[in-house]
Design a protein around this ligand. Structure first.
Ligand code: AMP
Ligand code: GLY
Length: 421
């Protein structure tokens, strides 16, 4: 089977890498991809948001599966356009991707499905926002209703800052904000594949969203991740499938908008139990980089089964016992004021280390070689017998990368490896 992957980040590079290792996959294509993805797939300069263009490309290439990576094409209906052309697409319809595209909609579905989450108040005016803030008290959690590329959420003890964010979100066309109860406790990301009816969980991972060590500084798209989570309670995956994923998939089917693709369940393990922090309608980045590094089962067949309603026929997934850690190498100034165009060196030297591979995120080919072209530039993945070994591999790889002005967190998976989470 030939496969087309839509997207251009390190998540899509991880997906392409896993597909390339699948003996059932023939030719690999990506739209638009990036220079790293170009090492394993043929790149096509097609706008990933243009469903008609992606469907036309898929038909022209004769692929048997299209995998849509990022949220924006999903919310724009790219998976619908591909399916309308008669080609299996991995990724939810635009109607089902609203689980990510609107936080208020996600809360409504969770309420209908009885899924445990932070209690929300939706506000459309500054006065309603103020009432919401004062109803919950600090710390305040204020979320832009729509897609905001990881920058829509403010968590703060400062009421003025919380209100300013709410007012800024409300100033957008059709602006709405969700103000909700603060959830304490460690966060877990669990990806659950669905064909619209059945669900198959992957292994949990943890993401590091803040830019600096010890969770200092602003939120980012994610600075690193690891899997497994030795500290997670036994039975967590089964609990989340039974109380969150299956009820949500059932509720979406009941509404006539079945969710087929991957449901990203962002959880907080609070003192009062497991709560959903967020849903996304796609694989997480950078968690996918570590989850797929541990998957032994060939990926294409599983994604094809989810895309074609046959997930129930897939044998249980097989996972490596190894641990995986990924560290994001970010460009100068990320996430505030990103500088691009800096030369990147050392990828081959990093990949010469045992257990290390490097995935491209914001990279481009300049006249003199590879240069940075985005905030998160590379993710370096280390695989080892345990989290200590995987961290050592990942950081040895990072040390071999050259990128002027770059920065990365030095504490990814540290507390989990030391047993102090
Ligand atoms: P979201 O885009 O909804 O995932 O939120 C981004 C990040 O904000 C999450 O990963 C959490 O770290 C934080 N966050 C979101 N909702 C809450 C909440 N109710 N309580 C505490 N932190 C939250
Ligand atoms: N890792 C966070 C996200 O993908 O949204």
């Amino acid at each position: 089977m030939d496969v087309l992957v839509v997207g251009s980040g390190a998540r899509e590079h991880a997906i392409v890498r896993a597909l390339a290792a699948d003996p059932g996959v023939g030719a690999l294509h990506a739209a638009p991809g990036n220079p790293g993805i170009g090492g394993a797939a043929t790149l096509h300069a097609v706008d990933p948001l243009d469903g008609a263009a992606v469907a036309a490309l898929a038909r022209e290439l004769g692929v048997g599966l299209v995998v849509v990576g990022p949220e924006a094409p999903l919310v724009a209906g790219v998976a619908d356009a591909v399916r309308a052309a008669g080609i299996p697409a991995f990724g939810p319809s635009a109607a089902a991707a609203r689980l990510e595209g609107s936080k208020a909609f996600a809360k409504e579905v969770m309420a209908a499905a009885g899924v445990p989450t932070a209690e929300p108040r939706v506000a459309t005016t500054p006065a309603e926002a103020e009432a919401g803030l004062d109803g919950f008290g600090p710390p305040y959690v204020v979320k832009d209703d729509g897609l905001a590329a990881g920058k829509g959420v403010v968590v703060t003890a400062d009421r003025a800052e919380a209100l300013a964010h709410a007012v800024a979100c409300l100033a957008k066309p059709d602006g709405r904000v969700v103000i909700e109860e603060f959830l304490d406790g460690p966060e877990v990301s669990l990806f659950v594949l669905s064909d619209g009816v059945h669900v198959v969980p992957l292994v949990p991972a943890q993401d590091f969203k803040r830019v600096g060590d010890d969770d200092a500084g602003p939120n980012t798209g994610g600075m690193g991740a690891y899997s497994p989570l030795p500290w997670a309670p036994a039975g967590l995956v089964e609990e989340v499938v039974a109380r969150v994923a299956q009820p949500t998939v059932d509720e979406m089917a009941r509404r006539g908008t079945p969710f087929a693709g991957v449901l990203y369940v962002g959880l907080a393990l609070t003192s009062r139990g497991t709560r959903v922090v967020e849903f996304n309608a796609r694989f997480g980045d950078p968690e996918t980089q570590v989850v797929l590094a541990r998957l032994v089962t060939p990926l294409a067949g599983v994604l094809h089964a989810a895309a074609t309603g046959s997930l129930a026929d897939v044998p249980p997934l097989v996972w490596r016992d190894d641990a995986a850690v990924t560290v994001v190498v970010a460009g100068h100034g990320y996430p505030v004021d990103v500088r691009t165009g800096d030369p990147i060196t050392g990828i081959a030297a990093a990949e010469a280390l045992p257990g290390v591979h490097v995935l491209h995120a914001g990279t481009a080919l300049g006249a003199d070689g590879l240069v940075s072209a985005g905030g998160r530039v590379l993710t370096v993945v280390g695989v080892g017998a345990d989290l200590h070994a995987a961290r050592a591999a990942a950081y040895a790889g990072v040390d071999r990368i050259g990128l002027p002005g770059s920065h990365h967190r030095s504490d990814i998976a540290l507390r989990a490896a030391e047993g102090t989470v």
